[in-house]
Design a binder for this molecule. Structure first.
Ligand SMILES: Cc1cc2nc3c(=O)[nH]c(=O)nc-3n(C[C@H](O)[C@H](O)[C@H](O)COP(=O)(O)OP(=O)(O)OC[C@H]3O[C@@H](n4cnc5c(N)ncnc54)[C@H](O)[C@@H]3O)c2cc1C
Length: 386
């Protein structure tokens, strides 16, 4: 027997759950399908986000959700480094398993229904006289809905385009060299072409250590990175996952199907961070669907891409350009760039930087005196940054 819903959402992570929360909060029926056995697991995220961002997503920074607070970001080229004080930006490390479950609880309290271990197989859209509906086939039954939301993450995106995918490895590590307060980002165009290595501390002596890059063996590269730290370590969990760095897809809407989150390419092209930008995608899509249902007017669905692009369009365009610049820099150019960064620029970024819209800070770094050579190398792209 088919169960009927106003909306079915495929994918029970941050974007899908927030869309469901929004829809349920307006009294519409919504079902979330999650193929894994447990919401939030397996966790595949560094969890780095600002307190402001999670507040804007309507989530209180409770103790079980926030693992750690970050005070310093240390950014390294092969032989140079600089530090940004991040206290003003209120950056925290989330326990994603608890964070996702918390949104699931919020959604359920408002009336959403969540099914785990229920994988979407296919959808068929039919129009019969005045009845337009999706027939949704899953591993755990058949459903019908008026609207369908695709929040299946990168697995959905790569069905059409693999060119923006990088492979990442991230291990949970215990090691005395992990400092509680300090995130580390290390660029090296030979070891991590087009991306970087990172350490995100979850506490004193524990953290998530990862690498990503074009055409690299992530397991071998991450092991070398861990060994390069020169102290003992234990790896207590390993994940390998794709990240998307190409920016948003062309169309977030196809008829009554709305695509959100990682599935829509809403992760930052510079860092592949997506908790905030994907989460807000879910909220805006949920609101647009609710408005369309209440007014019986599907034109209102277009509010979702319009609003997301108004908030993030310029930022993402700039980040795509920064990526192109980064991909051109060899280690010599990286070292040259880092050696020109002065303490005044770092002070300004420490005071005024915004973690959620970090292209302004990157632009400031590129603008500091002494980067003439760099600007000459990448002149056209640099001039297009707005
Ligand atoms: C290694 C790594 C580190 C990261 N670190 C950070 C970070 O520090 N900060 C940050 O902001 N972001 C980070 N991100 C990105 C962030 O995790 C994602 O942008 C965010 O989780 C996207 O949420 P989403 O809901 O769009 O998709 P996802 O979190 O990818 O969720 C998609 C969901 O859909 C489900 N699904 C897939 N197919 C089906 C199907 N057929 N039927 C039913 N369900 C299905 C999946 O099981 C999954 O639960 C990181 C990502 C990776 C890989």
């Amino acid at each position: 027997m088919n169960e009927d819903y106003d909306v079915v959402v495929a994918g029970g992570s941050v974007s899908g759950l927030l869309a469901a929360r929004e829809i349920a909060s307006k009294g519409h029926s919504v079902l979330v399908l999650e193929e894994d056995s447990e919401i939030g697991t397996p966790e595949h995220c560094g969890g780095l986000v600002s307190i402001d961002a999670i507040s804007r997503l309507g989530i209180l920074p409770r103790n079980n959700v926030v693992q750690n607070q970050i005070k310093v970001a240390k950014i390294c080229s092969p032989t140079r480094s600089f530090e940004i004080r991040t206290a003003n930006q209120k950056i925290v490390v989330l326990e994603r398993r608890e964070f996702d479950k918390h949104i699931a609880l919020q959604s359920t309290r408002l009336g959403a229904n969540i099914r785990t271990r229920c994988s979407l197989r296919n959808t068929k859209y039919t129009v019969e006289s005045s009845d337009k509906s999706f027939h949704i086939i899953t591993t755990d039954g058949k459903f019908r809905s008026r609207y369908f939301v695709d929040a299946r993450g990168i697995s959905s995106l790569v069905q059409n385009d693999r060119s923006g995918v990088l492979l990442a490895a991230q291990y949970e590590v215990y090691a005395s060299w992990i400092e509680k307060d300090t995130v580390i980002v290390e660029f090296d165009s030979n070891k991590y072409p087009g991306f970087f290595a990172w350490i995100i501390p979850t506490g004193e002596g524990s953290g998530k250590v990862g690498v990503a890059g074009k055409s690299i063996n992530t397991a071998r590269t991450l092991w070398s990175y861990l060994e390069s730290k020169g102290g003992s370590f234990s790896v207590i969990r390993k994940i390998f996952a794709p990240i998307w760095v190409k920016g948003p897809i062309d169309k977030f809407i196809d008829g009554r199907t709305l695509i959100i989150g990682d599935a829509a390419g809403q992760t930052k092209p510079t860092t592949a961070g997506g908790i905030y930008t994907c989460g807000l995608g879910g909220i805006l899509a949920g609101r647009a669907i609710s408005n369309a249902i209440e007014s019986n007017n599907d034109d209102l669905l277009l509010e979702y891409p319009a609003k997301w692009t108004r908030i993030f369009g310029k930022e993402f365009r700039n980040m795509v350009l920064f990526r192109k610049l980064l991909e051109r820099l060899d280690n010599k150019a990286l070292d040259l760039m880092f050696s020109n960064i002065d303490s005044k620029a770092m002070d300004t970024i420490s005071r005024t930087g915004d973690f959620d819209f970090h292209s302004v800070s990157i632009r400031r770094i590129l603008s500091v005196t002494g980067l003439k050579l760099f600007k000459t190398m990448v002149g056209n792209e640099y001039r297009r940054l707005s």
